[in-house]
Design a protein around this ligand. Structure first.
Ligand SMILES: [Zn+2]
Length: 443
């Protein structure tokens, strides 16, 4: 007699699973059992149907299952200032954006902007994202309510006009880190805006906090030539040397941008195990330059991909970023072999997980990891025919092809309908706030 089937929460059957495991296995006619938020079994469809009795059966009929994408750098609530200032210098852009933000930011506006970001990211197959912004605790709670995985925490900065915001409050930072050290879907980190926005004393404090807590440290570094000058004026060194001096490079450090690095600095990042968040659209749009990602990858630097905030992109579509990342490197190096599609897809998934310190729990579809995934319908014209899945994922996919999204076993998008966020309500709230933004801008 056959053993009775094991009860599980969900069984996905009939799909092709792009695992992104160490062997990069791709399993066809496969099945995956999910229980308690985690993947408990992966194997052949027929075997899965016999062995498991699911509460919910997801029939995928030849669709493709991928690990949920990881957006390693962004400022979620900046969706509210999307398209507010384009086509101007970085100085003008920052001046306008910061003036509007200083007048606009409140708990409520940040929550709405963050919800809008999650709607957009889920629709684009993203299941985990890093956020650096004000009111990070409220954003954290908004993410938990939506079932979305968040990497965030206090972000230290000394920005004129923002002195009263709580990011710089050290007691609140500690309270947050204590409270969220073991909360489902929340991965606390410690952030400093940048070396040009933080004094040596603040960097010292951040370094102590990071080392005591053994948490991920995130900052912007070497984004533009102007930043190099400002950092030099403030600290007498280049940004990488400043961070190195405070012991802030290493396997738990993630640096956003890194557009302007010397060969020695790339070698130092590789040697120290420091990760980089590559944000190609933002770097192009603000004319910051083109990061030497092919050189970084070749030297062994771990690179994930981020959208940055929606004001400098202007969308939160990681697939678009990945395609741009691949094409830009081929263009600037003159070598079409650099950053092949499979490598770029790993930057969106397992390399991104490593960048945010979560490679043990997400980034690939393997037994024991959280069931964070997206299901893609490969029947559309733009994905037909298909000779190579990675090629289509990077060069041909449109985010409209993404059908379902799951985070820690919970289906957040089913047949393109969002189940935990009221998209219409979020959009109308954001449009109401936009009237306020327009008034502030014209003042
Ligand atoms: Zn940024």
């Amino acid at each position: 007699m056959l053993p009775s089937p094991t009860p599980v929460d969900t069984l996905l059957i009939g799909g092709t699973i792009v695992t992104m495991n160490a062997d990069r296995s791709i399993l066809r006619n496969a099945a995956m059992a999910v229980d308690g938020g985690r993947i408990v079994w992966i194997g052949a469809e027929a075997e899965g149907l016999q062995a498991y009795k699911p509460k919910e059966l997801l029939e995928l009929n030849g669709m493709v299952v991928i690990p949920g994408l990881i957006n390693v750098h962004g400022h979620w609530a900046m969706t509210l200032v999307r398209g507010l200032v384009d086509d101007c210098t970085l100085e003008k852009w920052l001046e306008t954006i910061w003036r509007v933000e200083a007048a606009l930011i409140s708990k409520d506006t940040v929550v709405t902007g963050s919800q809008l970001a999650m709607v957009e990211m889920l629709r684009a197959g993203t299941t985990c994202a890093a956020d650096m912004y004000w009111y990070y605790q409220e954003t954290t709670e908004a993410a938990r309510t939506a079932g979305f995985r968040i990497v965030t925490g206090p972000s230290f900065a000394e920005i004129e006009g923002f002195e009263n915001y709580r990011n710089t409050n050290q007691a609140i930072a500690v309270e947050y880190l204590d409270h969220y050290q073991d909360v489902h879907l929340v991965h606390p980190c410690i952030q400093a805006h940048s070396a040009y926005m933080t004094s040596p004393a603040t960097l010292e404090h951040v370094a102590n906090l990071t080392h005591d807590r053994r948490l991920l440290f995130v900052t912007h570094a070497a984004e533009s030539q102007g930043e190099l000058l400002q950092v030099h004026q403030k600290h007498g060194k280049r940004p990488i040397a400043v961070l190195d001096g405070f012991g802030l490079l290493g396997e738990r450090t993630l640096l956003a941008h890194c557009v302007h690095l010397t060969d020695d600095e790339i070698a130092r990042l590789a040697e120290s195990g420091t990760s980089v968040a590559h944000c190609p659209s933002s770097n192009l749009k603000l004319s910051s330059g083109i990061a030497r990602v092919a050189a970084m990858v070749e030297r062994g630097v771990n690179v994930g991909i981020g959208t940055d905030g929606a004001a400098s992109n202007n969308d939160l579509d990681l697939f678009h970023e990945a395609q741009l990342a691949a094409l830009m490197q081929k263009g600037v190096t003159g070598d079409p072999k650099v950053l092949p599609a499979e490598k770029v897809f790993s930057m969106l998934t397992i390399d991104g997980a490593r960048a945010v310190g979560l490679a043990d729990v997400i980034g690939s579809l393997e037994v024991g990891k959280f069931a964070d995934l997206a299901v893609i319908d490969f029947s559309s014209a733009n994905l037909t025919p298909c000779y190579d899945l990675y090629s289509h994922l990077i060069y041909a996919l449109s985010i409209g092809d993404i059908r379902h999204v799951m985070v820690a076993g919970q289906v957040l998008m089913k047949n393109r309908a969002l189940l935990t966020l009221d998209e219409d309500e979020v959009r109308s709230q954001a449009n109401r706030i936009a009237e306020q933004v327009a008034r502030i801008k014209s003042e």
